[in-house]
Design a protein around this ligand. Structure first.
Ligand code: ADP
Ligand code: MN
Ligand code: MN
Ligand code: MN
Ligand code: MN
Length: 338
C-alpha cells in the first residue's frame, strides 16, 4: 500500500492579515485526484477560528499540486468551513461570487527575506544601514543581491509543483525580491499565489530566514515598501482596439476606491504615500506607463492598438489575492455594464 503525504494548507483567523497553517495527512492508495481527498478537521481554537468549547473547524480541499520537496506528496489548498459545513467567516475564497475564467491575473508578489535574529532584511548589517537604494534592483553580485539561493530554490519548487510562475527579480530595497504568477480566474489566481507563498515560507526554514510580507517593514525610512501589483485582463481589454474602452474601465475604478483599498492589504496607508513608485492612498489616477499612478496602462497597450491588460499597483504584498481578484472582476463588470 502506497502512502501519500498530503499537506493540507489553510488560512488562519488572524486579523487583519491571515497567515498560512498546514498539517500532514497520510493517505493509503490515494488516487491522485482532488475529488478523492477527504474533508479533515483542525483545532480552530488555536488559530483564532473557533472557541475552545466548540473547536473543530473543517478543511475542504479545493486545489492541489505536487509537493516538490517531499517524496510521494501533494500540497493541498483548503477552504475552512464551520462544523456545519458552511464557509467560515475567515474563508475569503468562498466569498468569490463570480469566478469568471475570462479574467486573467498576473500578480507580482514582492517580499523581504528577513533575518529573524536581527529583525532586518538580508543584506542589512546588525547595526546601521547598507548603502541607500539604487544598486539592488535586478542586481547581481554579493555586494547587492542577498538570498539568491533561497529565491532560486523557490523558483524551481514552484515550477516543479506546476505553478504558473512567470519570473523573478531582485527588488529595489536590499533583501527584497519578487515573483510573478499568472492564472485564470480569481480562485485559481489566489490558490497559486498562496501556494507560492507557502513554498517560500517553507524553503526559508531551511536557511533560518523568514519572509516578511508586510507592505512597509522598514517604516517611513527611505526604503521601498512591498506590493502585489495586480495585472488583469478580460476579453474586453485584450480585444479592445480603442483608448475609450480602456478609459471607461479605468474610470469604473474611481467611485469604488474605498472598496478596493479595503481588500488591498493592511497598513497600505504606510505604503501608498505618493513616493517610492506609488500613488497616494487618497487619490485615484491612471496613465500610460505611469508607475506613480493607481492603475498603470502598460506601454505596449497603445502600441498594440489598445489591446492588452491593466496593472492595479495598489494591492500590497500582504493582501489576500482571492479578495483582490474578486473585487477587480466586480468593478470591471460594473464598468462594462455602466
Ligand atoms: P512590471 O513591469 O510591472 O514589473 P512584471 O513583468 O513583473 O511587470 O509583471 C507583469 C505581469 O503581467 C506578469 O505577471 C504577467 O503574467 C502579467 N500579464 C501579462 N499579460 C497579461 C494579461 N493579458 N492579463 C493579465 N496579466 C497579464
Ligand atoms: Mn492532536
Ligand atoms: Mn514586476
Ligand atoms: Mn516589483
Ligand atoms: Mn508591476
Amino acid at each position: 500500500m502506497a502512502a501519500t503525504k498530503l499537506e493540507y494548507i489553510w488560512l488562519d483567523g488572524y486579523k487583519p492579515t491571515q497567515s498560512l497553517r498546514s498539517k500532514t495527512k497520510i493517505e493509503k492508495d490515494f488516487s491522485g485526484n482532488l475529488e478523492d481527498l477527504p474533508l479533515w478537521s483542525f483545532d480552530g481554537s488555536s488559530t483564532e477560528q473557533a472557541p475552545g468549547g466548540a473547536s473543530d473547524c473543517l478543511l475542504k480541499p479545493v486545489f492541489m499540486v505536487k509537493d516538490p520537496q517531499r517524496k510521494d506528496a501533494y500540497l493541498v489548498m483548503c477552504e475552512v468551513l464551520n462544523a456545519d459545513g458552511t464557509p467560515h467567516e475567515s474563508n475569503g475564497r468562498a466569498t468569490i461570487e463570480d469566478d469568471d475564467n475570462d479574467f486573467w491575473f498576473g500578480f507580482e508578489q514582492e517580499y523581504f527575506l528577513w533575518n529573524p535574529e536581527t529583525s532586518k532584511p538580508l543584506g542589512f548589517p546588525a547595526s546601521g544601514y547598507p548603502r541607500p537604494q539604487g544598486p539592488y534592483y535586478c542586481s547581481v553580485g554579493a555586494a547587492n543581491a542577498f538570498g539568491r539561493d533561497i529565491v532560486e530554490e523557490h523558483l524551481d519548487a514552484c515550477l516543479e509543483a506546476g505553478l504558473n510562475v512567470e519570473g523573478i527579480n531582485a527588488e529595489v530595497a536590499a533583501g527584497q525580491w519578487e515573483f510573478q504568477i499568472f492564472a485564470k480566474g480569481a480562485k485559481e489566481a489566489g490558490d497559486q499565489i498562496w501556494i507560492g507563498r507557502y513554498l517560500m515560507e517553507r524553503i526559508g526554514e531551511k536557511y533560518g530566514v523568514s519572509v516578511n510580507w508586510h507592505c512597509k517593514p522598514l517604516g517611513a525610512l527611505d526604503w521601498n515598501g512591498s506590493g502585489m501589483h495586480a495585472n488583469f485582463s478580460n476579453s474586453t481589454l485584450r480585444d479592445a482596439g480603442s483608448k475609450e474602452i480602456f478609459d471607461k474601465i479605468c474610470e469604473g475604478f474611481r467611485p469604488v476606491v474605498k472598496e478596493h483599498i479595503a481588500v488591498y492589504g493592511a497598513d497600505n496607508h504606510l505604503r501608498l504615500t505618493g513616493k517610492h513608485e506609488t500613488a497616494s492612498i487618497h487619490d485615484f489616477s491612471y496613465g500610460v506607463s505611469d508607475r506613480g499612478a493607481s492603475i498603470r496602462i502598460p506601454v505596449m497597450v497603445p502600441a498594440k492598438g489598445w489591446r492588452g491588460y491593466l496593472e492595479d499597483r495598489r494591492p500590497n504584498s500582504a493582501a489576500d489575492p482571492y479578495k483582490v481578484a474578486a473585487r477587480i472582476i466586480k468593478t470591471v463588470k460594473a464598468a462594462e455594464a455602466g
